[in-house]
Design a protein around this ligand. Structure first.
Ligand code: TRP
Length: 331
């Protein structure tokens, strides 16, 4: 069985885009691989969150992944900072990572531009920490988006460099996980682009969002002035609403509004009302489970403890071998 590792940034509330993206991929992977999924709370320190925000975001992401069906009996689900072995391997990798190559990383340059007052060493060595996360379990595969490909390439470089330096085969070079089919893209409500938290207020629908708030956001979604001729192509904002409708509504409902649009009788208010109600029905069971799990501290602490124990079993062995290889030997 292939070993898969993936880190989840603790961003707090997850939206429908996350659900149909990363989460669906995780659900597919968890049945067929030996998966290590962890919440990357060390990584999030680069932006200096308050202790309350950090803890709250970690909890929210943990709860929502569990509510979405990530099964802690199938995968090793853990919190990164519960595995300090990661920090030790990170230190070891830092010794063989060069300023020049770290400074050239696109995400570093971007973050340095975005937070010029906080270009800390953790930001520069982010790829070393991510490499440690991955090779500590000797992963074969890592599901990554486009923005993480360069980090994965560096992980391979660091793994290879260590192996060469000590003439060992300790770390396999991890490859990107390839998903058979393209993911469905979830558009946002602002009329352009994909659903995202940073795209502005009202663009994303959260899994835990209350019905009232869902209705409000959908009713405010961007549209246009209506079709100008029968069977005319849809503008991007309207196409986006239809895309969402196709995901949460029945084929009959979609067909009804397609027909209304094509015959120029459509009332966007009706379309939005229907869309809001169908989103609410879709998210209701998720939201219920989120509320339930969130209140169950005993369950959460059990999940996190089991995850940490399983992760440690795998990580401790790797770090022990690395220490031995490097020359940290017992007297
Ligand atoms: N850098 C990843 C992101 O921004 C999160 C992450 C941290 C990760 N460590 C990882 C992803 C290890 C995969 C494997 O999304």
């Amino acid at each position: 069985m292939e070993i898969v590792v993936s880190g989840i940034r603790p961003t707090g509330y997850l939206h429908l885009g996350n659900y149909f993206g990363a989460i669906q991929n995780f659900l597919k992977m968890q049945d067929e691989n030996n998966c290590f999924f962890f919440i990357a709370d060390y990584h999030s320190l680069t932006t200096h969150p308050t202790p309350a925000d950090l803890h709250g975001n970690v909890k929210q992401v943990l709860v929502e992944y569990l509510a979405s069906g990530i099964d802690p009996e199938k995968v090793t689900l853990y919190i990164q900072s519960d595995l300090p072995e990661t920090a030790e391997l990170y230190l070891l990798l830092n010794m063989n990572a060069y300023m020049g190559e770290l400074e050239r990383v696109t995400t570093f340059k971007e973050k340095a531009r975005k937070q010029p007052d906080n270009i800390n060493a953790g930001l520069l060595t982010y790829p070393c920490l991510m490499a440690a996360d991955i090779i500590i379990h000797k992963a074969h595969k890592v599901p990554v988006g486009k923005d993480q490909e360069q980090h994965l390439e560096m992980t391979r470089t660091f793994a290879r460099r260590f192996n060469r330096m000590y003439n060992v085969e300790l770390f396999p070079e991890p490859q990107a996980f390839n998903f058979g089919q393209e993911l469905i893209k979830i558009p946002g409500l602002d009329g352009s682009g994909k659903m995202g938290k940073s795209e502005g207020e009202g663009n994303a629908i959260f899994l835990a969002e209350e019905p009232k708030s869902i209705r409000k956001k959908v009713m405010r979604a961007v549209t246009d002035t209506g079709p100008t001729s029968p069977n005319s192509p849809k503008s991007e904002p309207v196409e986006n609403l239809f895309s969402l409708l196709r995901i949460v509504s029945t084929p009959d409902t979609v067909q009804y509004f397609e027909d209304q649009y094509n015959s120029m009788q459509i009332r966007y208010g009706d379309l939005k009302k229907q869309l809001a109600e169908d989103i609410i029905s879709f998210t209701a069971p998720l939201r219920e489970r989120i509320i339930e799990i969130s209140a169950d501290d005993a369950y959460l602490s059990k999940v996190v403890k089991i995850g940490a124990d399983k992760a440690r079993e795998s990580a401790a062995k790797t770090v022990k071998d690395a220490r031995e290889i490097i020359g940290f030997r017992k007297f």
